[in-house]
Structure formats: C-alpha cells, structure tokens
Design a protein around this ligand. Structure first.
Ligand code: ACM
Length: 272
C-alpha cells in the first residue's frame, strides 16, 4: 500500500503559540494522510529578538503544549506528525523536530547545523541523525529520517540518513536562502530517497532587518522528481502517495548502486 505523505505550509506569528496551534489545527482537520510534516519552529516563529523570547516559548519534550497538541491531532488523524519546536532541556535550548505517532509515542531530533543567529541561541544537536521504523494505519512499513532546514546545506545529513536506511526524509524548514527547493531534488536523487520539505512563508523583522521565508514546500522522489510543490506565499497542505519500496532499490543501472559504490577511503572526513 502507498504512504500518503504531506507537507503543511503556513506563516507562524512570532511568539503567538496559541494562535499558531489554532491555525495548524484548522489546516490539518480535513487532511487525509499517513505522514504530515510541519515547518521548523512552527509554534514560535523564527527570528528571536532575544534569548529570553526563545526561553519563554521553549518547551520540554514531550510534556510541552505543542507536543501535547500534536499527540492529540495525530491520534485524531491516524497520522504520524513531524514538526519543529523550540525545546528546553534543563538549561539548554535546542531547535528540535519531534516525530509524534497516533499511539502518543514521541521521538526527538535536535538540529545539528545551526543557521545564522541560531548559533547564538541554541545548542547544536547532540542526538545525531536518526531513522525510525514507522507503520501506517493500513500496515505499510516505512523508515523515516529527520533533518531540519539548514541541514540540507550539508549533504552528509541526508547521506547519513540514507546510509541508516531511510526511505523518506522529513525536513521541517524555515528557509530564507533561495537555493534549497532546487537542491532537495538532488538530495533525493543522490540518496535515492523521498524528501518532504515543509517550509513556512511570510516575513519577520528585528531591529530593521527582515527575513523573508520563501515557501515552496515540496515532496521529491528518489529519481529527483518534484512530486508536489507549494507556491511562495499560501497556506497549503500538499499530499502525495508514495511507495517506500521505490526508495529501497538504490541501483542506478546494472553496474552501479548509489550507496554500495561509495568510496569512503577516498573521501576527506576532515581536512584539518
Ligand atoms: C534555517 O535553517 N532555518 C535557514
């Protein structure tokens, strides 16, 4: 059976957690999907004016308001949800993505590659890149990897997830650089996986500086095709049926297999 995968694109309002939860709840209500990916930091907004603002909205996982809401929506929809949330763990703050299933089980990924002022606000992720075994309500199994936004800039992120067996990569995002929507088909192609990028749109300002978020959420297939793409500025849920088995045969032709033919002994792990 296919897996119905979806991205949800919207424009979170800065620090308006309750309003953002209400917006997502209404966008999710009609959705029929097995897996829905939401943007990075979907409850809080992105361009934090201070560490105090971030600390105010950061939540413990899984006890926080956002994960509690995600658990309830996941159960109602019968869908696994992947969403970006600001996490508080003791004194540390992480830019995290949670994987929430209809039975309430939660896993956490903490963003490894921090972008721009995130480097002054969050700790870099310390949980590595993880792949989770998932099952749809129809009993179809698939392997789900997670990465967050700027992780796309480092091919090692998607490659590590593919080497760990991911069929699908969920990619909650708050993209500002223009290049990601045209790069994710390459990440999908070079690793022979499906990718689901859920981006936000809109803009946020701080001290005269504006960040524009570029929308263009998309689902890419293992051949590098864009299977579904949103526009730059609309609240949208895009749903596509995919067969996870299409990601498992990683042969390019009868002589090449994209993962088997790697030559790690020829690659620099760290030139320093
Ligand atoms: C980003 O990593 N939010 C650009």
């Amino acid at each position: 059976m296919p897996v119905r995968v979806a991205y949800l694109q919207f424009a979170p309002e800065y620090l308006e957690v309750d309003q953002n939860l209400a917006t997502v709840e209404s966008l999710l209500r009609p959705v029929k999907a097995d897996l829905v990916v939401l943007p990075e930091l979907f409850t809080s907004g992105y361009f934090f004016r201070s560490k105090e603002d971030l600390a105010h909205v950061a939540e413990p996982i899984p006890e926080g308001t956002s994960v509690t809401a995600l658990q309830s929506w996941s159960e109602q929809l019968g869908a696994t949800l992947v969403a970006g949330v600001p996490e508080r763990d003791g004194a540390n703050l992480y830019n995290s993505a949670v994987v929430v299933r209809p039975n309430g089980r939660v896993d956490t990924y903490r963003k490894v590659h921090l972008f721009y002022e995130e480097t002054t606000l969050f700790e870099p992720g310390d949980l590595g890149f993880q792949v989770f075994e998932e099952e749809t309500s129809d009993g179809t199994s698939y392997r789900l990897g997670t990465m967050v936004c700027f992780d796309w800039y480092y091919p090692e992120a998607a490659r590590t997830l593919a080497l760990k067996g991911a069929d699908l990569i969920a990619h909650p995002s708050n993209l500002v650089l223009p290049h990601c929507p045209d790069s994710m088909p390459v990440r999908a192609r070079e690793n022979h996986v499906f990718t689901i990028t859920a981006n936000r749109h809109g803009q946020e300002e701080k001290a005269g500086e504006t960040l524009e978020f570029i929308g263009l959420s998309e689902v890419c297939g293992p051949s590098g095709d864009i299977l579904e793409r949103a526009d730059e500025s609309t609240d949208t849920v895009g749903v596509v049926e995919v067969d996870p088995h299409d990601a498992r045969d990683r042969r390019i032709n009868k002589h090449n297999d994209v993962l088997r033919d790697r030559r790690p002994e020829a690659y620099a792990s760290d030139p320093n």
